[in-house]
Design a protein around this ligand. Structure first.
Ligand code: MLT
Length: 397
């Protein structure tokens, strides 16, 4: 008899965005002429920056010639990209990250999911509620359903999670937050770092939306907080920054001083464990894609990315302002983030308002309840559509 991983039976029946996709497709089949505006999954609409396209063309040509062709690349990524990351994303912000602490991969979704491979089975894991479903689902798949602690983020606590009560081993933090679009200040993040140092816990810091930060007191990297390198792994992504949702490239920083412990107290270097994991299960991100990512750091690439981010940030402002002017009382996020978190009108729950927006206004949102029980009574709208569609959606509501 083949024994299946029964933990899958403990998951919600389908992944949130698959369920949304299914409902949208049903609506589309029934209403083929409806002009649907998609503000559900955080998928970008602007094309890749020109600098990336040029770099990819050049890399494709290299692959077509025996003298420049590349086969398997280094599992942890090409040096040309890693050096740019260490320099532009960290050194220029006063943070020292060594090249052997950076691991290039094919997406923060994969890495935040795969990282459970280097965690002990009995870890108690804290996540915010609402939460990006990948953190929860991958821990349930790994058999930790009973070991998950939820830290509510609600309007009452300004979407700032309380520290866990007692000992937890791992804390997932995503800031700017998916789904609420809210942020933590340096002092608020420092409390988590101090907790992790005191409790010998590990923080898994998802900074996928870092590029959207414009407020002064919001950290771009957890390593801005002193002591964080010994307790935190950071995930970054080019998906939302430079339109790589379909191209796939991200990276994870695992500092060498970040240590985990066996049940007998033996020390393990998470950097070595992650390196071992990646070498075994991953053959690296395609060369062509890494060349495209490298181009983001060129002068023209940086300028083009800035324009993309500005474009989406303008959309977020349009959404915020429109909803506030229409009398929505709970409108959060959308300042340092592409996500706007909206309280549903009195008497409507998340899925009810999702269905209303879809069926009556042909607007796709994401029901807050899909991100956890504290998300009930909210929907999330993304700023990733075109400005034209964003304005039209706001006129329809
Ligand atoms: C989201 O909409 O929450 C994100 O697009 C999901 C992801 O990045 O995987």
């Amino acid at each position: 008899m083949i024994i299946a991983n029964e933990n899958f039976g403990k998951l919600a029946s389908s992944y949130l965005f698959s369920e949304i996709g299914k409902r949208v497709n049903e609506f589309k089949n029934e209403n083929p002429d409806a002009k649907i505006i998609r503000m559900g999954i955080g998928d970008v609409t602007l094309p890749l920056p020109k600098a990336c396209i040029e770099a990819m063309h050049k890399a494709v040509d290299e692959m077509g010639s025996a003298s420049t062709f590349r086969g398997y690349g280094p599992e942890r990524g090409y040096d040309f990209l890693i050096r740019k990351i260490c320099d532009y994303d960290y050194r220029r912000h006063g943070i020292k990250i060594d090249t052997d602490e950076v691991f290039i991969s094919d997406g923060a979704k994969s890495d935040t999911g795969n990282i459970t491979d280097i965690l002990g089975h009995d870890c108690i894991v804290a996540v915010t509620d609402p939460v990006y479903p990948v953190y929860v689902d991958t821990n349930i798949m790994a058999g930790r359903k009973e070991g998950i602690v939820y830290l509510p983020c609600t309007a009452e606590n300004n979407f700032v999670p309380e520290l866990p009560v007692g000992d937890v081993d791992v804390i997932y933090l995503c800031f700017p937050n998916n789904p609420t679009g809210t942020t933590l200040t340096h002092d608020q993040l420092k409390k988590f770092v101090d907790y992790a140092i005191e409790h010998k816990s590990l923080i898994l810091f998802d900074a996928a939306y870092e590029a959207f930060i414009s407020s002064e007191d919001v950290p771009h990297s957890i390593y801005e907080i002193s002591g964080a390198k010994s307790v935190a792994i950071e995930f970054r992504s080019y998906s939302k920054t430079a339109g790589f949702t379909g191209t796939r490239c991200s990276y994870t920083v695992v500092p060498k001083e970040c240590i985990g412990y066996g049940l007998d107290g033996k020390e393990y270097s998470f950097n070595e464990l992650w390196n071992r994991r990646q070498c075994t299960k991953f053959n690296g991100t395609p060369y062509i894609v890494q060349r495209a990512a490298e181009a983001i750091y060129s002068e023209s690439g940086r300028e083009q990315v800035r324009q993309i981010i500005d474009y989406y940030k303008t959309n977020a402002t349009i959404i915020r302002n429109a909803l506030i002017s229409k009398g929505y009382t709970g409108v959060y996020g959308g300042v340092d983030s592409p996500y706007v978190w909206v309280k549903t009108p009195e008497g409507t729950d998340s899925w009810g308002f999702f269905d209303y927006l879809l069926k009556e206004k042909a607007i796709v949102s994401t029901p807050g309840a899909g991100f956890g029980s504290s998300g009930e009574g909210y929907i999330r709208l993304t700023a990733f559509n075109t400005t034209e569609n964003t304005v039209e959606a706001m006129n329809r509501i």
